[in-house]
Design a binder for this molecule. Sequence first.
Ligand code: NAP
Length: 328
Amino acid sequence: MASPAGKVSTACPQIPEIPAAAAVRPVPALGLGTASFPFVEEDVRAAVLAALELGYRHLDTASLYRSERAVGEAVAEAARRGIVKSREEVFATTKLWCSQSHPDMVLPSLRESLQNLQMEYVDLYLVHWPVAAKPGEPQFPIKREDIMPLDLSGVWRAMEECHRLGLARMIGVSNFTTKNLQELLAIAEIPPAVNQVEMNPSWQQKKLIKFCKDNGIHVTAYSPLGGQSKSNAVLHSEVLEDISKATGKSVAQISLRWIYEQGASMVVKSLKRERLKENMEIFDWELSDEDRLKISQIPQHKRVRLTGIVSPEGASSVDLAELDIVEL
Ligand SMILES: NC(=O)c1ccc[n+]([C@@H]2O[C@H](COP(=O)([O-])OP(=O)(O)OC[C@H]3O[C@@H](n4cnc5c(N)ncnc54)[C@H](OP(=O)(O)O)[C@@H]3O)[C@@H](O)[C@H]2O)c1
């Protein structure tokens, strides 16, 4: 199973692309994540440029990350230097933050993102979370009292309008559970093409992945290496370390290869050129059945929770526990 999901792209020979239902273009299996803590614009710009040089074409940003400008400048610079022929070669994703998730704010927010990105369109525009916050500039964490229920129908109509206007080639969601997706599928004229969720060997999301597959929704894994906090259940996994020792592949590569074998694409953050390169070297080998079995038995732990994006103090009129569903 050298290439379970996709064919090799001509624009970017080492990274395969995965066809997504309703897709205008397939999704490159590996992308660069640009949420970086602490955020240093120049470092992110340099990482995006290095990634493009190495052959990455999929770039993941969001209005929240403040990295849209750096992504746009790096793509423009790459086009000037002939690293990419044009912006068309790039698969750019950005996201609508909770404080912008109001029907009348969707189109203006996308226009602002496009201006930051110096682009006429994004390849994929995502609703970042299935909750809204008081209208305003993106802020993290969200003040507890600012959390509001999402007007899913109104926001999705506006997302569909972004697509019809040609400003978003595909539209999708992020952090949506099967229940959120069922509600969306019931009202959508244009179904979501993608659900971007936390996914790695420590949070495998079997039920959600199956639901997405059954409903033609492509999954993109975020935090594929367990995220940026110090306690990291993926990079410090004993099971992955054992497989790493036996195969000579790094723990990071084992995790990324496992994700690829599930048919998902992934966005990985690194500001280091060597790691960007290492993370690409996962497409010409495969895990053994024995290794897959060991990985399937890793204890599961969801790291990113709704309560983690909301300030601990203050009172909310919305029942966060009801929204913060964890499904195995
Ligand atoms: N939709 C959402 O709600 C959401 C949430 C979280 C993240 N995301 C997206 O997903 C992207 C990736 O997720 P993430 O940023 O949480 O973390 P991640 O990709 O799991 O990476 C975690 C850390 O691993 C390090 N790393 C990278 N390659 C490595 C390697 N080969 N060996 C050892 N360490 C390595 C990186 O540090 P160095 O830079 O030092 O290499 C990085 O800080 C984000 O940047 C963002 O674009 C989306």
